[in-house]
Design a protein around this ligand. Structure first.
Ligand code: COA
Length: 186
């Protein structure tokens, strides 16, 4: 039998019930290079997720094969007071970094389990995440060494605008990327 691949879009309350599955997926995928993250990152992920899922504009898209979670992506609307554009290694003009109500959707995570890659599962999750968003643009951060993700984001029309490093000892440098969200004609 052909396995059944299904995509679902969830709000923060629905996503809350899937946190254990999400953490398992997170641990599995980010154990791989170039990340090699472990339990500490997974604990931080859970902690942040509890905050993010309550934030304005939260949307999560999951992919399941015969009911098993194989991929996920989620994001939130940036608040006007968001620290997103802090800790940049390269300065950006204020017109880029200024956040106002509903300007930017931040893609926080996008991951697919290794056995299910290169089947356009991430592409579909990505498109569903950004579909009919009210924001003008989307942003995300990605490690320069994450070659699959870098290739995918380029293909999907993302553009690198800066690099940043969180002010924690040993924190890696991330590329900051931006993509315009097309608005429906009014
Ligand atoms: C990045 C990731 C989500 C892509 O998932 P995926 O379902 O395999 O991606 P898709 O099949 O939708 O690929 C879309 C396009 O991205 C590019 N791409 C994806 N993986 C690639 C790879 N390993 N090498 C080169 N290009 C790649 C291709 O252009 C591909 O289109 P094509 O197959 O028609 O050529 C997945 O590799 C992953 O989970 N990586 C680890 C976690 C991660 O780095 N997430 C991003 C955090 S910012």
């Amino acid at each position: 039998m052909v396995p059944e691949l299904e995509f679902r879009t969830l709000d923060g309350e629905q996503a809350r019930r899937h946190l254990d599955e999400l953490s398992t997926l997170y641990l599995e995928v980010y154990a791989e290079p170039p990340y090699e993250w472990g339990d500490e990152h997974a604990a931080l992920f859970r902690e942040r997720f509890e905050v993010q899922r309550r934030q304005d504009g939260f949307r999560l898209v999951e992919a399941r094969v015969d009911g098993t979670l194989v991929g996920v992506g989620f994001g939130v609307t940036l608040r006007s007071s968001s620290p997103w554009w802090q800790n940049l290694l390269t300065p950006l003009p204020e017109q880029v970094t200024r956040e106002y109500r509903g300007r930017t959707f931040a893609v926080v995570e996008l991951l697919v389990r290794a056995p299910w890659r290169r089947r356009h599962i991430a592409s579909t999750i990505h498109d569903l995440l950004l579909a009919d968003r009210p924001e003008e643009r989307a942003t995300l951060t990605v490690l320069p060494e994450a070659t699959a993700a870098q290739a995918a984001y380029r293909k999907w029309g993302w553009r690198k605008v800066a690099q940043k490093r969180n002010p924690l000892p040993g924190s890696p440098v991330f590329d900051v990327m931006v993509k315009r969200i097309p608005q429906p004609e009014r």
